[in-house]
Design a protein around this ligand. Structure first.
Ligand code: HEM
Length: 448
């Protein structure tokens, strides 16, 4: 476990680096090499103790500080929100703090998060077309959620960390492509997601030295993408993409990432946290159950109107997303160099330096939220940053679908299913990969 001294000493080295980079150049071979060394050094600290890392640097250095590859990290709600709304926004191929340094793992197609200009506009147009509005497709969504939970009832349990991502993979492939994944494909997609962090290693390490891990995962991605092209929806996605000069490879790969990374990882994490919150708070759970009973009698699948009427559950989802944000960091690049004041010192920074926004600290900023560490569904959620804000070119296109899916799960969980007991509900704030109670198990899970 890293301690305060380690975290602050590593920052002193980042200050030193800003002067060195000003002299040797940011994108020269030596500049790139130095940044890579610092990236892995800070990443090692942040991966193992990410909350302490953020709070120790914020409390001792200030609202902003250097982190990972000499990026400027911002921690306040006001600044993170401002960063999110910058338009146009220049991006590198980064997933939050994670730099995607192994393009081969992504079949050489950047994440939509890392795209710029018309490539990004086109990929978003395809994604927005592909993601259904849950209130308009409540029947199929209800059917898919029920089917996933029925399988869990046969197994007699729901394991939050293992089962929810698999359910989401199955549901999203049905919604986006109308294709049914086999159990083997679902497992392979899970493994693909687990290996994403390896894409942060240099390409030759990822592709060749770690081929025994990465090769089967990349092959799975290739095979699945060929299946996407047989979907009844494929031609319409391709037509939209071609209006922006996107080819079949770009369209299929962007949808692969939308389903796997943004859709599955984000929604299963938030759904797991909502279930955890409702397991722990009996009073809140009873209120949610009353609301569920009031909007749905349990005969047909729930209607879109029933989803809209779940106003308390809506606030529970927002407040859970505030306290346990599935996406921890957002990232963009500066378009000009300059000077930044860090810890009372003027430090030079170069064009192309990453600007990071930390969602967790923004969401728990006492200047924005009273008693930020307590759960309170009566808050004003109008400027919540967990889905990257609203109404700008980088806002999450899956917000409404992810909320609709979680509502549908709660309708079925509390009306049609039951469980005898649950294991400990614990959010692990040490591991940056787990802001959800992954070890929680609903035991004795059956149909009502
Ligand atoms: C059905 C589920 C979801 C889908 C399909 C989805 C899809 C996406 C896509 C494709 C992007 C990239 C947009 C772009 O590049 O312009 C994105 C961004 C984002 N999503 Fe979602 N998302 C889903 C659920 C969630 C959830 C549950 C959260 C968190 C509560 C979330 C938070 C975000 C954030 C913060 C970004 C911006 C990241 C950045 O700019 O670096 N998403 N989402």
């Amino acid at each position: 476990m890293a301690n305060k001294d380690q975290i602050l000493q590593a920052h002193d080295r980042q200050i030193w680096l800003s002067g060195i980079l000003a002299r040797v150049g940011y994108n020269t071979p030596i500049g790139k090499f130095l940044r890579l060394v610092f990236y892995y050094m800070d990443a090692f600290l942040i991966l193992n103790t990410w909350r302490d890392f953020l709070y120790i640097r914020r409390d001792n250095i200030g609202e902003k500080f250097f982190a990972v590859d000499h990026a400027i990290m911002h921690t306040s709600h006001a600044k993170v929100r401002e960063l999110m709304q910058t338009e146009p926004q220049l991006r590198g191929n980064d997933l939050g703090i994670i730099r995607m340094l192994a393009p081969s793992y992504l079949l050489n197609n950047p994440l939509t998060l890392g795209m710029n200009g018309s490539e990004h506009t086109g990929a978003r147009a395809v994604i927005l077309q592909a993601l259904p509005e849950p209130t308009e497709h409540a029947e199929v969504l209800g059917y898919l959620v029920d089917r996933s939970l029925a399988k869990a009832a046969i197994r007699g349990q729901v394991h939050i960390g293992d089962d929810l991502p698999k359910m989401l993979l199955e549901i999203l492939h049905q919604l986006v492509f109308e294709i049914a994944l086999s159990e083997t494909e679902i497992d392979a997609s899970r493994n693909y997601n687990k290996g994403l962090v390896l894409a942060s290693l240099p390409n030759f390490i990822n592709q060749y030295l770690l081929a025994f891990i990465t090769f089967p995962r990349v092959q799975h991605r290739k095979r699945l993408i060929e299946r996407y092209k047989e979907s009844p929806r494929w031609q319409s996605y391709l037509e939209t993409g071609s209006q922006y000069q996107l080819n079949a490879h770009q369209v299929a790969n962007s949808l692969f990432d939308t389903i796997h990374i943004a859709g599955t990882a984000g929604t299963s994490a938030l759904l797991g946290s909502v279930i955890g919150v409702l397991c722990l708070d009996e009073r809140l759970r009873n209120d949610v159950v009353s609301e569920v009973n009031a909007v749905w009698d349990g005969t047909d699948t729930p209607s879109g109107h029933a989803l809209e009427q779940l106003t308390l559950l809506h606030k529970v989802i927002y407040e859970t997303a505030r306290m346990y944000p599935p996406v921890r960091f957002v990232s963009q690049l500066t378009t000009e160099g300059g000077e930044v004041e860090i810890g009372g010192r003027r430090c030079p920074f170069q064009r192309g330096t990453r600007l990071l926004g930390s969602t967790l600290t923004a969401n728990r900023d006492a200047n924005r939220y009273n008693n930020p560490d307590s759960f309170d569904v009566t808050r004003d959620f109008s400027d919540i940053v967990s889905w990257n804000g609203e109404g700008h070119e980088r806002a999450c296109p899956g917000k409404s679908l992810s909320i609709g899916i979680i509502k549908m799960f709660c309708l079925y969980l509390f009306k049609k299913y039951q469980w005898d007991s649950f294991t400990q509900v614990k959010w692990d704030f040490e591991k940056v990969t787990a802001v959800t109670p992954n070890d929680l198990v609903l035991q004795g899970f059956t149909h009502r």
